[in-house]
Design a protein. Sequence first.
Length: 356
Amino acid sequence: MNSQRLDALRRKLSTARLDAFLVTFLPHVRYLSGFSGSNGICIITRSNQVFLTDGRYREQVKDEVRGFRIVVASESLFVTAVQKQLIPRNGRIGYESQHLTVIELRNLKKLLPKAIWTATNGLVEDIAVVKDDSEIRLLKQVVTITDRVFEQLLNVIKPGVRELEVAAEASYLHRMAGSEADAFEPIVASGKRGALPHARATDKKIAKGELVTIDMGGRFQGYHSDLTRTVAVGKPSPKARRMYQVVADAQQLAIEAAGSGISGKALDAVARSHIKKNGYGKYFNHSLGHGLGLQIHEQPRLSVLSKDMLVEGNVVTIEPGVYMPGVGGVRIEDDVVIRRGHCEVLNKAPKELIIL
Ligand code: ZN
Ligand code: ZN
């Protein structure tokens, strides 16, 4: 599994004329080596690959890291890498420009002044954007966990319960169902607060007649889920019902249009034009969706500005929303796998308006 990933990465090193590549971003370290700890780097040259970590992970790496020479560093990882001559002294060395800090780069330049330190962008991302079968299996597992949590959460959401309590239950139920961690802090936004797309849960009590938007996700073996549903507590107003239907239809249209060969921009436009046609255009103020995998937000992007083209094996969210200041909001989000000419929706959580 990781040999295919390394082969693909080496082809990129050769195109970029790099003698070695330094991987410092932990989700990428995990993607390539299997390491799930908090301190590790990979050095990939044209012919070999080394993984470095510190003494705390001496035992863990034996179970996790495959296909790499493992070095347990006695100094900082960079210093050990240089001492053991794991990085070519005079070569062109690529680093992950979005993830290496300025001070780390400065130190590396001091340690290896003759190397040509070369900023790269998106080398691993471009490979990780297409999920293999083992990754899709893990994504399905974490999505299933979140669907189950949503079902249980419906018993918790009622008038008088605080948003924070619902958020706490979402986290707790995820853990109980096998999630390693929250994918992000759960969002619970009720009533007028629903107009804030990224509202944090507060101590506001949920009241009868309000819509409540819950956006939450789990993490399983490093892979993330991301689910949003909006439910009504008590009878919703006709205005809320209409808003809900427009968002639900926009999401369904985008799901029907999704598949390999459509651009992120065109797919965003499918949902956006439906919302606009119904008079809510200015209230859909974020992008339609994002890639999902070892990171909660990754490529490809589905947005007005996106230059990404969807291909088979991408996993993305489809999450249109409408947010009316002073009124409230609706968002519906599913995780989907892009297939040839269509998409497979992973979530099974119901999408008709649930009235609690
Ligand atoms: Zn979400
Ligand atoms: Zn999302």
